[in-house]
Design a protein around this ligand. Structure first.
Ligand code: KG4
Ligand code: ZN
Length: 374
């Protein structure tokens, strides 16, 4: 089955063309093309994603990306279109105006080309993106390994960490999964973006903080470790970002003209080495609960693996900390991390989720749902 997948839930416009075959116990994917057009530069001056600007950019980018995927020549375009069996589009969660641009575009194509259309859940995209890791997928050939076995990897714990979500999931197989915990307030990626703003770093904050943290002392400042000792699988990140704010405020580093709005970029004048220590200490405090709770879940459910997914999974330190915890506590689970391009938002994972839904006969209404969950 050849799938054209479309993703517009936030600030990346993405289209992918992929082939999928096989059953729910051993699906096989081949990525023919995957394009992502990032809007980071447009949103960076505002310190976050502006929904109306995102919508405008998606509207502009979608036809351009489609032409790049199908080729310019009308004859070969027609040939490409003929081969497509399914159009898949993200219906949520995300910014509804942004989601609608993708859904309407997909609906137009579906009518014009007379092809079936399926809605997909962005979070299932992140959840199933472990299938694109080197354990299951040959990056060079851009296709699934010929004879991998999923049996050896289940049950599994999946940690989805993105700008909008922080979720722990227990997977029995690709069809049966259940959420076992999530954040009660901010998402971990959101806390990276907000703390980056306090530190005067550009949006998105995750990569910037990771870069600075490498040079800082993670033990320098004892920020609170949200919910770490509670025996459940939930998280909380709003207190941590406030703790960083209070720490900076109490150092009296706010500039005079900004001392009423600490969130304004440049509100604090921080010397570079302190900024590195704050980045490292914050990152440690943000990751420790993720590390502890995912390994606790792996122990409780005797998981054979821990899968990571979502933008924050692109952070090398997170994987390093989880690997160390697994080793120190002698947990018999392997960590699986998708390559960077499949941790961040992309359309391949949407095609993968749509195919798996088709196999398990699961359907999503073709309607933007900003609050869709797992
Ligand atoms: O999955 P994603 O691309 O979009 C959402 O579905 O939200 O995740 C974006 C989030 C942002 O909050 C960004 O700051 C964070 O992922 N992120 C990182 C890193 N790269 C991206 N966080 C920590 N370290 C990174 N290297
Ligand atoms: Zn995402």
């Amino acid at each position: 089955m050849r799938i054209l997948a479309i993703e517009t839930s936030c600030d990346e416009t993405a289209i992918a063309l992929l082939e999928a075959k096989g059953g729910i116990n051993r699906p096989f994917f081949r990525v023919i093309k995957s394009l992502v057009s990032s809007q980071i530069k447009i949103h960076a001056p505002f310190g976050g994603v502006v929904p109306s600007l995102a919508k405008r950019q998606h509207l502009r980018n979608l036809p351009l990306l489609l032409e790049k995927v199908l080729g310019k020549d009308p004859f070969s375009q027609k040939q490409q279109i003929e081969k497509i069996d399914l159009i898949a589009v993200t219906v949520g969660p995300g910014l509804e105006p942004a989601l609608w641009t993708g859904i309407s575009f997909a609906q137009q194509l579906s009518q014009e080309w007379k092809k079936p259309l399926a809605g997909a859940n962005h979070l299932e995209g992140h959840l199933f993106s472990f299938l694109l890791s080197s354990k299951f997928f040959d990056k060079k050939k851009s296709e699934s390994l010929k004879n991998y076995s999923l049996k050896l990897w289940f049950p599994a714990i999946s940690l989805i960490v993105s700008g909008g979500h922080t979720i722990l999931v227990l997977l029995k197989n690709l069809k049966n999964y259940q959420k076992i915990g999530e954040t009660l307030d901010d998402a971990v990626g959101e806390s990276f973006d907000k703390v980056a703003r306090l530190l005067g770093l550009s949006y998105p904050g995750g990569p910037e903080i990771e870069r600075l943290a490498k040079k800082g002392n993670a033990q320098a400042i004892a920020f609170p470790l949200p919910m770490i000792s509670q025996k459940n699988f939930n998280f909380s990140y709003s207190g941590l970002k406030t703790a960083v704010l209070y720490y900076l405020r109490d150092l009296n580093m706010s500039t005079k003209e900004n001392n009423h709005n600490f969130w304004k970029p440049g509100a604090f004048k921080i010397n570079p080495s302190l900024r590195q220590d704050i980045a490292a200490s914050f990152q440690r405090a943000a990751f420790l609960p993720l590390v502890k709770k995912s390994s606790l879940a792996a122990l409780k459910y005797q998981a054979k693996s821990i899968f990571l997914g979502g933008g924050v999974a692109a952070n090398k330190k997170l994987a390093q900390m989880i690997r160390k915890e697994i080793k120190d506590r002698k947990i018999k689970a392997n960590l699986v991390v998708p390559p960077l391009s499949y941790c961040l938002d992309n359309a391949v994972m949407i095609g993968v989720a749509a195919y798996l839904n088709k196999l398990s006969k699961k359907k999503y209404p073709l309607k933007a749902n900003g609050n869709l969950n797992l």
